[in-house]
Design a protein around this ligand. Structure first.
Ligand SMILES: CC(C)(COP(=O)(O)OP(=O)(O)OC[C@H]1O[C@@H](n2cnc3c(N)ncnc32)[C@H](O)[C@@H]1OP(=O)(O)O)[C@@H](O)C(=O)NCCC(=O)NCCS
Length: 149
């Protein structure tokens, strides 16, 4: 089940960040800032514990995926796909027409994941990360919800 996260999920969010990201992990203060940010939305996938997380930010024209992570023992079970579907639904709710994200150029698994979901590489961002790795900027236009008559 995917649900909106709240302040009580802070520890679980942090633990999953630690499991998913070697170099770049959000500090607890940053996670708290995102949880409290009215322009951001945080979700958890739960099944007997938090197995996946998603953080997105409304940037007015586009919605940015700040982070998506799935517990290492539960990858390739479709959890990431479900979370990204929520990212796209949230982008529509934000009335944005595109989802954007950055992915480490040395993370072929995540790159393949995003490509499988229809994201395209816009550009390569040299030394995007503080530790010197490049990123790929990716995007996916999303269909706008039809207006109610
Ligand atoms: C990237 C990540 C979120 C994918 O989550 P997931 O739940 O394993 O993804 P899914 O099971 O929904 O995968 C959907 C499809 O994406 C592709 N894919 C996913 N992981 C892949 C990998 N490691 N290598 C190649 N293709 C992959 C496949 O086509 C897969 O379909 P299939 O399993 O039927 O072949 C997960 O591997 C993860 O948490 N990685 C560490 C954190 C990270 O890198 N996050 C993204 C950058 S912010």
């Amino acid at each position: 089940m995917i649900r909106a996260a709240d302040i009580h999920d802070l520890d679980a969010l942090y633990e999953l960040e630690e499991l998913c990201f070697a170099e770049r992990r959000f500090q607890k203060e940053h996670l708290l800032y995102i949880l409290k940010n009215p322009r951001a939305a945080t979700f958890v996938f739960e099944n007997g514990g938090v197995l996946g997380t998603l953080m997105v930010l409304d940037e007015r024209v586009v919605t940015r995926v700040l982070s998506v992570g799935v517990h290492p023992r539960h990858r390739r079970e479709g959890i990431g796909t479900q979370l990204m579907r929520v990212a796209e639904d949230t982008a529509r709710r934000f009335h944005t027409t595109e989802v954007r994200l950055e992915v480490n150029a040395n993370n072929p698994g995540a790159l393949a994941f995003y490509k499988a979901l229809g994201y395209e590489v816009m550009s390569r961002l040299p030394r995007y990360y503080s530790w010197g790795d490049d990123a790929f900027a990716m995007r996916k236009p999303i269909a706008i919800l039809a207006r109610k008559p």
